[in-house]
Design a protein around this ligand. Sequence first.
Ligand SMILES: [Zn+2]
Length: 389
Amino acid sequence: MITAQDIERLHAWRAQGHPIVSLYLNVTPPHPFVSELNSLIHYHKEQWNTNKTNAFDKAQRRALEELLSRIEHHVRALERQLDGTRLLAIFASADGFWQEYRLPVALPSQLVIEFDPYIRPLTVLLNEFDRYCVVVTDARKARIFSLYLGEFEEYGGVFNDDVPSKISVGRGVRLGGPGVWGGTGELRIQRHIEDHVHRHLKRVAERTFDFFTQKQSDLLIIAGPEDKTLPYLTNHLHSYLRERLAGEFHARPDMPLAELKERALAVARAWERCYEEQLIARLLETAHQPKGLAVLGVEPTLEALMLGQVHTLVLHNNARLKGTVCPTDHFLSSYLERCPICQGTMHHTEDLADEMVEEAIHQNAEIEHIFTDHDGFTPHAVGALLRFR
Ligand SMILES: [Zn+2]
């Protein structure tokens, strides 16, 4: 699970005299990423041997070489377990620092070795994904989870409140129904039980608020049985949380983890699809206005990107675009063989979309990957909301 604290730790990381390796490896099939990593490492070693600036001393270079071969072994061993991962990011230093991230979106592979970790691409890409807080409760028990990038993790275990289901009124007579809500008993006793339930749900709402803010969550999903639990819980939620409610589902806290995860994921996917639809509707509408601040399709988007006009780059996550890229100044084109800036020869790439993402990150633009098909957008594959034109 990637936590906000991990990122802070990474930001705070300034190795004491140790260079830091920042590796972004595009592992999207059919990328031959092991050999790509080899050539990136080879390139760096060449630089050390030919470069007279000597950024690293002899001992540092030796430690780096060892670290790079450890990374290489690690990546080789991962080869079969990268299901759904498109980008592997590793930050490591010779004195034992190691952080690894797996992302479902891609970037061109790159290896950076400096005294600071190269974090910007990671944070920009991570910002795209919502962190959900998921609370599953019934009238007595509650569990709280975090759902982020497909990982579902529980915090704090089962939270249990002592809510009576029946109340003894003497002579062995017990009143109260089978569930806490379904009472057949006296109204007064039913009310007593409901008071307990309300106190429980109030505590659940408070805990949820603490957890939500502490984990820097973006959205909330609530779950409970098909009775009054969810409407009652909603009433207890802080308005800050109610505004961030992404949806709800029916479940009980004692359900298997896999089942809860599946149901929470379905709610998250529905919410994300809805978000994508709104974004695309805005993009299409603006692009069709005369002088509207949006473009659609590869050529207009490339042009806007090269002119620094892009505010938000929108692209289908399965977009595979061919094009050319200038190795000197990162000029991108879908057909040019010669760079209009430096007149150098452009390199061919099968990953023009990933190059566009990298360029957008470089320009401080926002990125939105579209994960599902939408009739109005899929044929265009890319588009952008613009700052100006
Ligand atoms: Zn150039």
